[in-house]
Design a protein. Structure first.
Length: 250
């Protein structure tokens, strides 16, 4: 499988579940067939019982093999950062109208998971899966990218379907450094209904405040439960932006 197929498989491969009732039904058929001696139905019951008992065993091991063949959580995290960073080269620079040579610092990616209906995406593409580390990985994200030039801060935002590696609902903006009031992560109110029906009323958000405007991305909360690495990267991004702002405002 190629990378795209493996990412899809990470979200889709079902956890192996042994069908105990079907297995026991097969065993019962075998026992009944063995008890009813010298009957014309005896061999039929035993054969049918064997088939019924074997089917859940084969399906369980097939599902187990498929489940264990999925990419590791760490591999998914590595691919995610590779793919989101590629958006800078593929879309952000062009849409903001900036050449790579114009950048004076490393561009920053602020990702926010989206586990609700997103305009333009099939709801079936909105998926999440809990990893072995207890954290969720998501298939659809809000991606906020900041591009640092000598005179202004370029902003690119999109909704990103990781399964299909496509970006929609794109928007761009340019901010003068002097207009940035603050940058932080904070718990703020939200109003989303998750795909599984839960309500997301408050969440951890990345917030960039400007004179008369604001850029925000939901990055985490106890319901979304993204990885600690994700939170750490967002915190580092905040520090990087603060450092750049101090330099430009000095």
């Amino acid at each position: 499988m190629d990378k795209k197929q493996q990412i899809q498989e990470y979200f889709d491969a079902p956890k192996p579940k042994f069908r105990v009732k079907l297995f026991l039904l097969g065993i019962v058929a075998i026992v009944v067939g063995a008890v009813i001696e010298k009957s014309t139905v005896t061999p039929v019951l035993i054969i049918v019982g064997l088939l019924i008992a074997v089917i859940p065993i084969l399906k369980f091991f097939k599902a187990k093999k498929r489940y264990e063949a999925r990419p590791a959580d760490s591999q998914m995290d590595e691919w995610f950062w590779e793919d989101t960073k590629s958006i800078i080269e593929k879309d952000a620079l062009d849409k903001v109208g900036v050449d790579k040579e114009d950048l004076v610092a490393e561009s920053l990616v602020i990702p926010g998971p989206q586990f609700w209906r997103v305009s333009g995406f099939d709801i079936d593409d909105v998926k999440r899966r809990k990893g072995n580390d207890g954290f969720f990985r998501y298939s659809v994200w809000k991606i906020q990218i900041f591009l640092f030039t000598e005179n202004f801060l370029g902003s690119y935002e999109c909704d990103y379907n990781w399964l299909k590696n496509t970006s929609i609902n794109e928007s761009t903006n340019e901010f003068f450094y002097k207009d940035v009031v603050s940058v932080k992560t904070a718990t703020a109110s939200s109003a989303y209904t998750l795909k599984d029906g839960q309500r997301l009323e408050e969440a951890q958000q990345f917030i960039l405040k400007l004179a008369g405007d604001e850029v925000s991305v939901i990055t985490n909360d106890s319901t979304l439960k993204t990885s600690s690495e994700m939170s750490s990267r967002v915190d580092k991004a905040v520090q990087s932006i603060r450092t750049m702002l101090r330099q430009k405002k000095a």
